[in-house]
Design a protein around this ligand. Structure first.
Ligand SMILES: [Zn+2]
Length: 353
C-alpha cells in the first residue's frame, strides 16, 4: 500500500562497462570443477548487442572465456569480431592442478592467454569450495596454496587483473532452516549450501584469500560480489584499507547493498575510485532471475545506482530470489556514476576512456 515515486531508467546516464558477465562456459565440468578447453556459447554477439545498444552498455566482459583453444575461439567469436564491445578473461587449468610442473605451466599459460588477447584472469569459487587435491576427490585445495603463486605473479607482471570469487553469502554457510534468511533460495538450490561437510567457514575462506592478496601486492584483484561479503561492509572496508591492490564490483549483490542504503552510499563515497559496475549476467540464465541478461536486469541496476526510489525489487522475479526483502536507490551523483559505470574499469583494463 506504499505510495512512492517509481522511476524507469531505460538507459544508463553514461556509457557502461559490465565487468562481470558469463557469455561462455567450459562445456564440461565435474563436481563443480570446469574441465577442458571445449566451450559452450550462451548467445550470439548480435543478440547481445541489441540489448547493449538500448541500455548504453558499451562493453561486456566475459569472465569465463576459457583456456587454450577454447579461449582463442571465444576471443574470435566476440572480442575480435566486435572490437570494444566484448572483452574476454581466461581461467586456470583446473584439471592440471595436481600434475608435476603445474605452477610454471600455469604461469606460461597466462602469458599465452595474454598474447591471444585475454585481458585478465577469472577465478571461480571453485578455488576454496570445489577443487580438491585429486581435482574432484580428496581434501579441498586452499586458496593460498603455493602452487598458484606463479599464476598470481604472472598476472601482476602482465598487468592482467584477477577477477576472483571467493566464498559466498554468509547464509550459505548456515543450516537450511527457518532461521536462515535465504531459506527459499537454498531450498531451491541445495547444492549452494556450504554448511557442514568438510567446507571451511566463510571467515576462513576470506582470511585465506587475504593471505594470498598480501603475498602478491603487484597483482590487481577484483574481489567480485562486493568483496564477497556485501552483508558486512565494515569488513569489506577493512580489506580495502589493507589491500590497495583490491577493487570490488557489484554483481548479484544489489539486494544486499540496497537494504543498507545509507551505509552503501557512504561506501560508494569513500571508495568511488575502486568500485566497478558488474551484474553476473548470463544470457538465458533462467535458473537465477537475479542474473538473467536483458533489459529488465540492467534497468534495476541503473535504478538502484541513479535514483532515490524506495522499496523496489532487486531482481526481475515475482518473488525476491535472494531473500524476501526490497531495496532503496542510492541516487549517486554524476561524478561517481561516471567512475563506477566506466572510468574505474577502463583504467584497470587499460582501455582508453
Ligand atoms: Zn559470476
Amino acid at each position: 500500500m506504499l505510495h512512492v515515486p517509481e522511476s524507469k531508467v531505460a538507459r544508463a546516464r553514461f556509457p557502461v562497462i559490465d565487468i562481470h558477465t558469463h557469455i561462455s562456459w567450459a562445456a564440461s565440468s565435474k563436481n563443480g570443477v570446469f574441465l577442458g578447453e571445449k566451450m559452450q556459447y550462451l548467445a550470439e554477439p548480435e543478440e547481445l548487442l541489441q540489448v547493449m545498444n538500448r541500455k548504453n552498455l558499451r562493453t561486456m566482459v566475459d569472465l569465463t572465456g576459457g583456456i587454450g583453444e577454447g579461449l582463442k575461439e571465444t576471443i574470435r567469436k566476440y572480442q575480435s569480431a566486435h572490437p570494444g564491445r566484448f572483452i574476454a578473461f581466461t581461467e586456470p587449468w583446473w584439471g592440471r592442478t595436481n600434475e608435476p610442473g603445474y605452477p610454471q605451466f600455469q604461469a606460461d599459460e597466462i602469458a599465452k592467454a595474454r598474447q591471444a588477447g585475454a585481458y585478465g584472469l577469472k577465478v571461480l569459487k571453485t578455488l576454496g569450495l570445489y577443487l580438491r587435491q585429486g581435482i574432484t576427490t580428496g581434501p579441498l585445495v586452499r586458496i593460498d596454496d603455493r602452487r598458484f603463486d606463479p599464476m598470481w605473479e604472472a598476472c601482476g607482471a602482465l598487468k592482467m587483473p584477477v577477477a576472483i570469487h571467493i566464498s559466498d553469502p554468509e547464509a550459505f554457510f548456515l543450516p537450511i532452516d527457518r532461521f536462515n534468511e535465504r531459506f527459499e533460495e537454498l531450498n531451491n538450490h541445495p547444492d549452494w549450501s556450504f554448511y557442514d561437510h568438510d567446507f571451511p567457514s566463510n571467515a576462513e575462506l576470506l582470511e585465506a584469500r587475504n593471505r594470498m592478496f598480501a603475498r602478491h601486492p603487484r597483482t590487481q584483484f577484483i574481489a567480485l560480489h562486493v568483496g564477497n561479503d556485501a552483508e558486512n561492509l565494515g569488513y569489506v572496508s577493512e580489506c580495502m584499507e589493507r589491500f590497495p591492490n583490491m577493487t570490488i564490483e557489484l554483481a548479484a549483490r544489489i539486494g544486499e547493498l540496497g537494504r543498507q542504503p545509507r551505509a552503501a552510499r557512504k561506501f560508494f563515497d569513500k571508495y568511488q575510485d575502486r568500485i566497478h559496475f558488474g551484474t553476473d549476467a548470463v544470457p538465458h540464465g533462467t535458473d537465477t532471475p537475479q542474473q538473467v541478461f536483458g533489459d529488465e536486469l540492467y534497468e534495476i541496476y541503473f535504478r538502484f545506482l541513479e535514483t532515490e526510489d524506495e522499496y523496489f525489487d532487486y531482481a526481475p522475479a515475482p518473488v525476491p530470489p535472494q531473500g524476501r526483502w526490497r531495496i532503496y536507490g542510492l541516487g549517486l551523483p554524476e561524478s561517481i556514476l561516471r567512475k563506477v559505470y566506466y572510468e574505474n574499469a577502463a583504467r584497470l583494463l587499460g582501455l582508453s576512456s
